[in-house]
Write a protein that binds this ligand. Structure first.
Ligand SMILES: [Zn+2]
Ligand SMILES: [Zn+2]
Length: 227
């Protein structure tokens, strides 16, 4: 989204864009970096990216605030410890994140074609799990995308389906998270109610009825989650 939109949405939850300490870039796809150049210019915020990802952002070398990290490495921002892990996605060097503070861990994994052993390992022990539930397989197959794009989304370098997330939650999830956020839903190939229902069924099937599931929307921010 645009810098203006980021600013507006931060304000709507009582946050000031000038108070941002850093932005961490997961990968270079435009739906993740579109507003970043303006945001960097206007706020001077530090930007963390892997060297390969940074090289794909043509404007970034003129940004003195660039800080690079290698995928798989840890670094610290203020009182947050950031751990990064490689995900399978059709970008140059895509990563997911774990963020730790004071014994509490949250994990963020969007834009990944499948859940590797490494991803499973990194998502474990999270109090809050942000995971993409990009598409409903049936909606994707019968939807408006050209076949090549459908193939791309479904591939191991594409995006997680509701089914893939449900399988993970029912079989591999450690049931630790009190809050799960389903993120990066496709507007064309998914419906929030379907994504939520699939995840809810999976979570309930392993007895984690107390876990709250949020579905992230494209048009407005979620409520603030206290941990
Ligand atoms: Zn994306
Ligand atoms: Zn992407």
């Amino acid at each position: 989204m645009s810098c203006r939109q980021i600013k507006r949405r931060l304000e709507s939850i009582g946050e000031d864009i000038r108070a941002l300490d850093a932005v961490i870039v997961s990968h270079e796809h435009s739906d993740h970096v579109r507003g970043l150049e303006v945001l960097a210019r206007q706020t001077g915020v530090r930007i963390f990216a892997t060297p390969l990802t940074a090289a794909r952002l043509s404007w970034i070398n003129s940004t003195p605030e660039l800080a690079t990290f290698e995928a798989g490495r840890r670094f610290v921002i203020g009182d947050l410890e950031i751990e990064t892990f490689t995900v399978s996605h059709d970008a140059i060097d895509p990563v997911g994140f774990c963020v730790r503070n004071n014994g509490c861990k949250i994990s963020i994994a969007t834009d990944l074609g499948y859940i590797t052993d490494s991803v499973r390992y990194h998502l474990a022990s999270s109090e809050l799990l942000v995971i993409e539930s990009n598409h409903d397989l049936e909606m994707l197959k019968s939807g408006p995308y050209p076949w090549e794009l459908k193939q791309r989304v479904m591939s191991r370098d594409g995006h997680l389906s509701n089914t893939a997330v449900a399988e993970y939650l029912a079989s591999d999830w450690d049931r630790r998270a009190r809050t799960i956020v389903l993120a990066h839903l496709s507007e064309n190939n998914n419906h929030p109610a379907i994504a939520e229902m699939d995840a809810r069924k999976a979570v309930d099937s392993v007895g984690a009825d107390a876990t709250t599931i949020f579905v992230a929307e494209q048009q407005r921010p979620l409520p603030v989650v206290e941990l």
